[in-house]
Design a protein around this ligand. Structure first.
Ligand SMILES: Nc1ncnc2c1ncn2[C@@H]1O[C@H](COP(=O)(O)OP(=O)(O)O)[C@@H](O)[C@H]1O
Ligand SMILES: [Mg+2]
Length: 323
């Protein structure tokens, strides 16, 4: 299959900080490829290199057969950066027409293409409103529409749904699927495991500038077999260390008011938990055994609790919550 992206040994240093530490992967045409990792992992840096916005300290990035910095590559890709880059004082329609101009869409086609994209992204009734008044989700949709104005064959989406309400995020995911059905190759980054699971054909898990796993979502999930996940909540306080000490338990993480235990397949964990609760004078309020999710695979592979990784994002999300 034709390779549309090739990253070979990408290293990026900022002074003493190594943002990327030898990242290699390739993306075949027609694929939805996900870069999944916690805040600061190096996802945006990878996108910035692949879209020619920054140079790697070492390594090689090839996009559509050209060096990532080459104009030939840039003309055929669409880029949606982490922060929406539409012009706030301009109308939605004017933003699209202007993007068309920048991307070299012929003058007589710009307007019709803009209208088509407004329709596609459900923004037709807001076409003549200035961006300032649009909701966050609408702005995000408009940003993506602008990146598609020249019908790119490859699109880079940096955290397309971060900070969006559930409904807008769902619409965006559907649009990514539609684009892909239409033949567009997609590289997206996300720290939402569920999103990566739902959208991607292939996922590179990235942590501290390194790819720690690269596989299909199903294969990544299969790596956590041999163990089960049990989520338990107690009526009163319990000691996490005690839970970690129960026979068969290999890991314990707190998730809100619950504890998530990773246990061996053969352990009698339910009995153990019941005995433990009794010994502490508390009761078990809920207990669930879960099939391994991508989240479990992430935790197992990176050792990073995805809940913790998400928490890093909160202040940023609140700051940007302006629409
Ligand atoms: N322009 C920059 N100057 C200095 N450090 C940077 C710069 N851009 C990114 N970094 C650092 O590089 C690391 C990776 O950042 P980034 O690629 O943005 O991560 P992610 O997108 O996965 O959250 C982080 O430690 C970040 O602080
Ligand atoms: Mg980022």
């Amino acid at each position: 299959m034709e390779e549309v992206i090739s990253a070979e040994g990408l290293v990026k240093r900022y002074g003493d900080l190594t943002a990327l530490d030898g990242v290699s992967f390739s993306v075949p045409r027609g694929c939805v490829f996900g870069l999944l990792g916690p805040n600061g992992a190096g996802k945006s840096t990878t996108i910035r290199i692949l879209t020619g916005l920054t140079r790697p300290t070492s390594g090689k990035a090839t996009v559509l057969g050209h060096d990532a910095e080459a104009v030939e590559a840039k003309a055929r890709i669409g880029v949606v950066p982490e922060a929406s880059n539409v012009y706030e004082e301009m109308t939605a329609l004017d933003n699209l027409v202007f993007a068309g101009e920048l991307y070299g869409v012929p003058r007589d086609e710009r307007r019709s293409r803009a209208m088509e994209l407004l329709e596609l992204f459900n923004l037709s009734d807001r076409a003549r409103d200035v961006v300032v008044g649009l909701s966050r989700g609408m702005k995000r949709r408009l940003t993506i529409a602008c990146a598609l104005v020249h019908r790119p064959e490859l699109i880079f989406l940096d955290e397309p749904t971060t900070g969006l309400d559930i409904q807008s995020a769902r619409i965006l995911r559907e649009q990514v699927r539609e684009l892909n059905k239409g033949g567009v190759t997609v590289l997206l980054t996300t720290h939402y495991l569920e999103e990566a699971d739902q959208l991607c054909d292939s996922i590179a898990m990235i942590n501290r500038g390194r790819i720690v796993a690269l596989d299909t979502p199903e294969n990544l999930k299969a790596r956590v077999t041999g163990s089960r996940i049990v989520e338990v909540a107690f009526s009163g306080g319990v000691d996490e260390a005690d839970l970690g000490g129960l026979p068969g338990v290999t890991e314990v993480h707190r998730l809100g008011d619950k504890h998530r235990l990773t246990v061996g397949d053969d352990s009698d964990i339910v009995g153990e938990i019941a005995d433990y609760a009794r010994s502490r004078g508390v009761t078990v309020s809920t207990i669930n055994t879960l099939r391994p999710s991508l989240e479990d695979a992430f935790l197992k592979i990176t050792g990073v609790n995805p809940e913790e990784a998400k928490k890093d994002k909160e202040p940023q999300r609140q700051r940007r919550n302006d629409g």
